[in-house]
Design a protein around this ligand. Structure first.
Ligand SMILES: NC(=O)c1ccc[n+]([C@@H]2O[C@H](COP(=O)([O-])OP(=O)(O)OC[C@H]3O[C@@H](n4cnc5c(N)ncnc54)[C@H](OP(=O)(O)O)[C@@H]3O)[C@@H](O)[C@H]2O)c1
Length: 333
């Protein structure tokens, strides 16, 4: 597989060109809309078996039919996964492990953004619970399959966590991640959950790279998708997303461009055996000194998001939270 230079405008299909993923087993969460669909399309085009996981089976079936048609790959499967329910995550993991398949690449892409205060079935604040805790539990459950893939393939297994420039809005409050003792703010909550996605990549790599599992976090760029469903017109204006005529401001990527860094993180030869990084525009990101600098340049990451000590603290907290909330041994084999 050759390695080429890509940039912010590259599309997922451009990035996958020349890669052959025949025999690879891949899961993409949140593959019922937006970036997840185009990520899965590119990976399917390269011949992988791709499991599309999301909560709406009707949407998933339509996406699967479309992907089969456009890629000529019939190894597209759909599986129900509700990341706001640890029971559903557990059921998904059990079904996957029962197939005795390895798992080469897991793309934790699903997400919610800026929603009003609400909670997952297990009582976690919705953005922290869905974007981080759901994916944390899913990944832990799938570790046996990720390990098996690393043992049986010359390449390491990869876990890709979708994050956002929005991580610069907030670090994780390790004492109160669920906003029990502080006022809820939908953007602080989104920022916290997206920082958690990066810290998760850091800790996962530190703890599991010795077993062949590496994880990076990907900021896809700004893309108009269903993710903005909770933003009112006024909020989009206030945050500078649209102009006064309601048009999205320049700088947004197409969905095909938005999926390119996830695909790059999944297949790039230069990333083999590398983890704990924040990737954007099909490349490495720059460490910024403040969230002001990051927002000015619309790029880069903050140091708290890659802090190894805090990454381990979040890991331990997340373990405690899923142990307390879900009495199962599955995640702790
Ligand atoms: N778009 C952007 O500008 C942007 C920028 C930075 C980062 N990101 C990140 O990119 C990722 C993909 O976002 P997108 O823009 O493609 O958004 P999207 O079109 O809204 O897709 C999100 C996906 O996640 C699924 N999902 C949401 N809650 C779920 C749950 N509880 N259980 C299972 N699946 C769930 C959605 O399913 P439903 O269709 O059923 O809702 C959908 O398939 C997210 O992690 C987001 O934070 C996006």
């Amino acid at each position: 597989m050759s390695s080429k230079q890509f940039n912010a405008k590259s599309t997922a299909m451009e990035v996958i060109e020349g890669h052959n993923l025949t025999g690879y087993e891949i899961i993409v969460t949140g593959a019922s809309s937006g970036i997840g669909v185009e990520t899965a399309r590119a990976l399917a085009k390269a011949g992988a078996r791709v499991v599309l996981a999301a909560r709406d089976m009707n949407k998933l079936k339509q996406v699967a039919d479309d992907l089969k048609k456009t890629t000529g790959n019939n190894k597209i499967e759909i599986e129900k996964l509700e990341l706001d329910s640890l029971e559903s995550v557990n059921e998904f993991v059990k079904r996957y492990l029962a197939k005795n398949r390895p798992l080469n690449i897991l793309i934790n892409n699903a997400g919610v953004m800026g929603c009003p205060l609400s909670h997952t079935k297990d009582g976690f604040e919705l953005q922290f619970g869905t974007n981080h805790i759901g994916h944390f539990a899913l990944t832990l459950g799938l570790i046996p399959a990720l390990k098996r893939a690393a043992e049986s393939n010359s390449r390491k297994s990869r876990v890709i966590n979708l994050t956002s420039l929005g991580h610069t809005l907030s670090d994780v409050d390790l004492k109160d991640p669920n906003f029990k003792n502080r006022a809820y703010d939908p953007w602080i909550s989104y920022g916290q959950s997206k920082t958690a996605n990066i810290l998760f990549s850091v800790a996962l790599t530190n703890l599991y790279s010795c077993q062949g599992i590496f994880s990076n976090a990907v900021h896809p760029g700004g893309i108009v998708t269903d993710l903005q469903r909770h933003m009112s017109h006024e909020e989009k204006l206030r945050l500078g997303v649209i102009d006064k005529d309601g048009n999205y401001k320049p700088g947004f990527k197409t969905i095909e461009q938005g999926a390119s860094t996830s695909v790059w993180a999944a297949v790039a030869v230069e990333l083999e055996g590398k983890g704990g990084m924040y990737l954007e525009n099909c490349g490495y990101s720059k460490l910024q000194g403040s969230n002001f600098e990051a927002f000015q340049s619309q790029s880069g990451h903050l140091s708290y998001a890659i802090d190894e000590k805090r990454a381990l603290e979040l890991w331990n907290l997340s373990l405690e939270l899923i142990k307390i909330k879900y009495n199962s041994n599955l995640f702790f084999d």
